[in-house]
Write a new protein. Structure first.
Ligand SMILES: Cc1cc2nc3c(=O)[nH]c(=O)nc-3n(C[C@H](O)[C@H](O)[C@H](O)COP(=O)(O)OP(=O)(O)OC[C@H]3O[C@@H](n4cnc5c(N)ncnc54)[C@H](O)[C@@H]3O)c2cc1C
Ligand code: SF4
Length: 331
């Protein structure tokens, strides 16, 4: 195990300044991803700053207009069990409940969840093979290696990894905002802009800079949110990451979809919002399975599967259809 020093933070401004100045320092919250990455020697910070003592960052607040604000230090299990989150945003509560295990959810924070790194086996491999995300410039072993769990959208020759967070898929569908405090003060990042595509710099998962601390996530009210559902397809029924997943939400008028939100997980380096499908779904009846299928298919014409994951193209569309139907059943 890589040796490190750990100290507690109790002042957000000082924590941000320390992180901005020291490239060998990492924030630690629940530690459920970071410590694993250190054991795998994928990241080797010299100093950990324990942010669990920072004030006012673990609250879950129902906002007056119908949204919720979730502190970055709120635990996954607390958010999943929160009455207002469950009532207002079932898709968020379900994405959390389908994640990891009960013990991990008790420990893991919301901020840490959206920061978690890919489960690509080459990235996590302590033998330190070819991986541009782990060691930039070394190549991508998955591109022509075993890539069953990898991306079908948005990948580059430099990296074909997927984002593993279930919650992130639900938050992308809900157009959540990431509230970040940094050197220049506080800013809001639309969730769909928070994670990056790999391009030529796959070592960067998201748009945060050094000194950026996630303080909260805000999920705004929407007409579709209450009729929402998260569907996760995985190799075993629990304690497993998604092969593909779908976060769906719908509103209807006169029995036809008036608006839909649909985001896919397990298919790209970031949660993948399928906007062409959302447009095509407008006006389709929830009983018209062929109509729903063909609207969803419009977002999959540009899928680029790899050698071992062509099955995801069909599987993801089926997951999207089932998630939409289940969401619609909640109207
Ligand atoms: C066996 C196993 C199975 C799992 N299965 C799933 C699953 O099915 N679905 C799923 O979604 N997840 C799964 N996970 C991942 C788990 O959800 C994450 O490990 C967890 O959410 C990370 O939260 P944490 O608080 O422990 O983060 P930490 O490990 O403490 O931190 C993770 C990263 O986030 C950074 N960070 C933490 N908080 C902040 C902040 N406020 N601002 C800026 N940076 C911050 C840290 O510096 C670090 O880089 C699994 C994990 C394990 C170990
Ligand atoms: S897919 Fe990305 S994370 Fe996996 S080996 Fe290639 S560069 Fe590394």
């Amino acid at each position: 195990m890589h040796p490190f020093a750990i100290s507690p933070a109790n002042d957000a401004a000082k924590a941000i300044a320390a992180h901005a100045l020291d490239p060998e320092l990492a924030f630690i919250a629940g530690g459920t991803d970071l410590i694993g990455l250190m054991k795998d020697r994928a990241v080797l910070p010299e100093r950990l700053l324990d942010i669990n003592g920072l004030p006012n960052m673990a609250r879950i607040e129902a906002l007056p207009g119908g949204g919720v604000r979730i502190g970055a230090l709120a635990r996954m299990s607390d958010v999943a069990a929160d009455t207002e989150v469950r009532r207002r945003f079932p898709v968020v509560a379900e994405a959390l409940l389908f994640s990891a295990s009960g013990q991990l959810r008790n420990m893991a924070s919301i901020g840490g969840n959206i920061m978690q790194r890919t489960r690509c086996a080459y990235f996590r491999d302590e033998t330190d093979g070819r991986c541009n995300k782990r060691r930039p410039g070394t190549g991508c072993a998955a591109l022509h290696g075993f890539n069953r769990n990898h991306a079908i959208f948005g990948w580059s020759e430099c990296c074909v990894a997927t984002n593993p967070s279930d919650l992130a898929v639900a938050l992308a569908a809900m157009d959540a905002l990431v509230i970040v405090r940094g050197k220049a003060g506080e800013r809001q990042i639309p969730f769909t802009d928070f994670h990056r595509l790999p391009g030529g710099a796959p070592e960067r998962d998201n748009v945060l800079d050094r000194g950026d601390l996630i303080v909260a996530i805000e999920v705004p009210v929407s007409v579709e949110a209450r009729a929402s559902h998260y569907l996760k397809v995985r190799d075993r029924a629990s304690y497993e990451f998604a092969l593909v997943s779908a976060a769906a939400a719908v509103a209807t008028e006169g029995g036809r979809i008036s608006s839909a939100r649909l985001a896919m997980g397990g298919v790209a380096h970031k949660p993948w919002r399928v906007t062409a499908a959302e447009t095509g779904l407008r006006g389709v009846s929830l009983d018209d399975v062929d109509g729903l299928r063909s609207a969803i298919a419009t977002s999959f014409v540009d899928a680029r599967p790899l050698a071992h994951n062509a099955f995801k193209v069909e599987l993801a569309q089926r997951a999207a259809l089932r998630a939409l139907q289940t969401a619609g059943g909640r109207l």
